[in-house]
Design a protein around this ligand. Structure first.
Ligand code: DGP
Length: 113
């Protein structure tokens, strides 16, 4: 999508700090990290949010979850980590391109809401 921030990042129209890339997935460092390791993992195809996952596009989501352990290992997250996705208004999703936050490198707070 031409007006999507993360599509522009994937297309290298906007710079980012790359962590991982393959034909279906791009991962890059969050611009405002909330933990020592804060990586955003996105499908290259535009999916607006978790609410837009369906039988036609779920393969790229499955790929994301295949690569998360590889990224976590490469980032040294040997003691665990958190993966979250914010969806829609109540989920406080600010960028409307599906993305998973990989957070770690410290003991994270237990509370989620
Ligand atoms: P969410 O609130 O779940 O939609 O998370 C969006 C995240 O995207 C947020 O943690 C900050 C990050 N972000 C926003 N703009 C940019 C950007 O231009 N570059 C990078 N690397 N991250 C961004």
């Amino acid at each position: 999508m031409s007006d999507c921030l993360f599509c522009k990042i994937i297309a290298r129209q906007i710079p980012s700090s790359a962590v991982y890339e393959d034909d279906a997935v791009y991962a890059f460092r969050d611009i405002a990290p909330m933990a020592p390791v804060h990586v955003l993992i996105v499908p290259k195809e535009h999916i607006a949010s978790a609410d837009g996952i369906n039988a036609e596009n779920s393969a790229s989501v499955a790929r994301i979850f295949e690569v998360i352990p590889k990224i976590a290992a490469a980032e040294g997250l040997t003691n665990g980590y958190r993966v979250i996705t914010n969806c829609g208004e109540d989920g406080c999703q600010s960028v409307k391109h599906l993305h998973f936050h990989l957070l770690g490198g410290k003991k994270l707070p237990e509370t989620m809401a």
